[in-house]
Design a protein around this ligand. Structure first.
Ligand code: B12
Length: 227
């Protein structure tokens, strides 16, 4: 299988919610064919850049899943099956995304904000930043502004990353920025925000330092902040 075909096949199987060959898919008749785990391993064996797998297969496929959910073709369990595939793929890819022995570029506190349980994007960003040499403190999902600010204080982190995938939880990011100001910490920490419903405009409105459309953008933003 050539590279393009393989990347597309991984994406297809994420959309189908198939972690392993023995799994059934959303469409009938796929059982027994290689699924996400086998295909990701094959891609690595063929020397495909793990970052490309993240971008071209995993991120792309979750967009398709979102569109299917919007069209009522997919229900929550279908989204979850796809989410599980991305998790399984990231488990295989993460050691390959890490660079051994890189000197720490600083502590990076990351969290999905209160009321929001989406963590696929956050986890990808965390793994990629870890690979880029940042010391990641992952607070998980549904994290209150108080806990986030507390962690920044406790770890004296120069960076904090906030994730929100729901239009209803985006505003919590503004609360985090306000709370950092209240605690006198705002000048010591750069605030990066991300998540599908966000924009540059929104990041400006809430007083964040950068909106990042993906993990690669986050790495670039951090580089320019350090320069
Ligand atoms: C998977 C999924 C779920 C899974 C989540 C599983 C999990 N463990 O995360 C489950 C099934 C649990 C779920 C639940 C719900 N979901 Co949902 N979900 C999605 C879906 C399909 C994909 C999200 C995803 O993982 N994308 C892939 C990742 C890689 O992309 P990403 O998250 O955007 O992250 C990238 C960037 O944004 C950026 N980034 C993200 N965070 C950060 C943070 C920092 C610091 C930085 C620098 C960058 C960054 O970098 C990432 C990597 O490239 C989206 C549709 C979509 N296209 O977004 C809907 C979607 C977000 N969900 C939606 C909804 C409505 C819900 C529910 C309310 C459904 C319900 N009725 O119960 C619940 C809410 C639960 C809750 N309280 O959070 C809506 C939101 C609509 C809105 N306007 O707010 C969407 C848009 C679907 C839709 N089109 O209607 N969902």
């Amino acid at each position: 299988m050539d590279k393009q075909e393989l990347l597309e096949k991984i994406a297809f199987n994420v959309v189908q919610g198939r972690v392993e060959a023995e799994d059934e898919g959303f469409d009938p008749g796929l059982e027994g064919q290689p699924a996400v785990t086998e295909l990701v391993e094959q891609a690595l064996e063929q020397g495909i850049d793990p970052k490309e797998i993240v971008l071209a297969s995993l991120t792309e496929s979750m967009e398709q899943v979102g569109e299917k959910f919007e069209r009522n073709e997919y229900l929550i369990p279908d989204m979850l099956a796809s989410a599980e595939c991305v998790g399984a793929a990231m488990d295989i890819l993460s050691p390959h995304l890490m660079k051994a022995g890189v000197e720490s570029k600083g502590k990076f506190v990351i969290a999905t904000v209160s009321g929001d349980l989406h963590d696929i994007g956050k986890n990808i960003v965390a793994i990629m930043l870890k690979g880029a040499g940042y010391n990641i403190i992952d607070l998980g999902t549904d994290v209150s502004p108080e806990r986030i600010v507390q962690a920044v204080k406790e770890h004296q982190a120069p960076y904090v990353g906030l994730s929100a995938l729901l239009t209803t939880t985006m505003r919590v990011m503004g609360e985090v920025v306000s709370k950092l100001k209240e605690e006198g910490l705002r000048d010591q920490v750069k605030v990066l925000v991300g998540g599908a419903p966000l924009s540059d405009q929104f990041a400006k409105e809430i007083g964040a330092d950068a909106y990042c459309k993906d993990a690669f953008h986050a790495i670039d933003s951090l580089k320019s902040m350090a320069a």
